[in-house]
Design a protein around this ligand. Structure first.
Ligand code: G3H
Ligand code: ZN
Length: 288
């Protein structure tokens, strides 16, 4: 069922596990995510970037997610990932999203506070949960696309700024830059746990969010799920699994021309990755 996220975050916060948030842009990815959640009896967040919305169409992607969520017997949140403007937030809320992210992290902090505050006011008036970002998460979606270089300290979230940011904006959860990178750079990205702890000290009751989880070691994912981090975003590893399966199909002899033979195994491969992440985050069995 499609749900609002507040209770899911409260339970994840109290029980110290993390909700998996997985990106989709089409039917097969959405099926893979929701079916994985069903199999693992896990609450799940299905999210779309602005690019995904542009590719599929706002109404169409919302219809795909809400239709599959409506049939699922686990809680599903429909979330906007890295929204950059009030306009896209409004469109998503109108389309039935139960959660939105406003990412003004590349702007000076006062502008970030101002735009995030406006979004919070609008979204809360519509009963919608809001995530914002403070600090810069590098990679494909970041301000600088340092491919796989460890983020330098000045780009990480400054714990001293977090309390003011949260109090000024009224945001429900906060994405923090603590060493991860958008994209899968195994061995070159990591979580700075001491920074997560410092931020949690400043914001003892606020759920935190980790972006760029692809490429992170399993031990880091398991460990971070036991902190105040309640949502972990995974995208690239799903794309890689999808692509590997498609490549393998074309690497073999086949005499039938059928898109289902291409997309079906790719969907299965993505589902396996989502199930594995859900188990690492400890959200399996938490759907009740
Ligand atoms: O917002 C989406 C994520 O942060 C995904 O990052 O592609 O490194 O898994 P990733
Ligand atoms: Zn992200």
């Amino acid at each position: 069922m499609l749900v609002k996220p507040r209770e899911l975050f409260a339970k994840a916060f109290n029980m110290q596990y993390a909700l998996g948030a997985f990106n989709t842009s089409n039917l097969e990815l959405t099926q893979a995510i929701i079916w994985a959640a069903q199999k693992q009896r896990a609450p799940v967040i299905v999210q779309t970037s602005e690019g995904a919305i542009e590719y599929t169409g706002q109404k169409q992607i919302a219809a795909i997610i809400s239709s599959l969520a409506g049939e699922a017997n686990v809680p599903v949140v429909m979330h906007l990932d890295h929204g950059h403007s009030m306009a896209v937030v409004k469109n998503c809320i109108e389309a039935g999203y139960t959660s939105v992210m406003i990412d003004a992290s590349t702007k000076p902090i006062d502008e970030n506070i101002a735009l995030t505050g406006e979004v919070v006011e609008y979204a809360h008036a519509h009963g919608v949960w809001v995530e914002a970002e403070l600090g810069t998460i590098l990679g494909a979606e970041g301000i600088k696309t340092l491919q796989g270089e460890a983020p330098s300290d000045e780009l990480l979230t400054n714990p001293a700024q977090t309390k003011k940011f949260v109090e000024a904006t009224g945001v429900d959860c906060l994405a923090v830059a603590v060493g991860t990178i958008h994209g899968a750079f195994s061995g070159r990205e990591y979580i700075r746990f001491e920074l997560v702890e410092e931020i949690a000290k400043q914001l003892p009751a606020l759920p935190l969010v980790i972006h760029g989880a692809s490429g992170l070691a399993s031990e880091h994912l398991q460990r971070v799920a036991h902190t105040n981090v309640c949502k972990v975003n995974v995208d690239t590893e799903l794309r890689l699994a999808f692509e590997r399966a498609v490549k393998s199909y074309f690497g073999q002899e086949h005499d039938k021309c059928d898109p289902r033979k291409i997309l079906g195994p790719a969907r299965d491969a993505v589902q396996r990755v989502v199930e594995e992440k859900i188990r690492l985050f400890g959200s399996d069995g938490k759907a009740a």
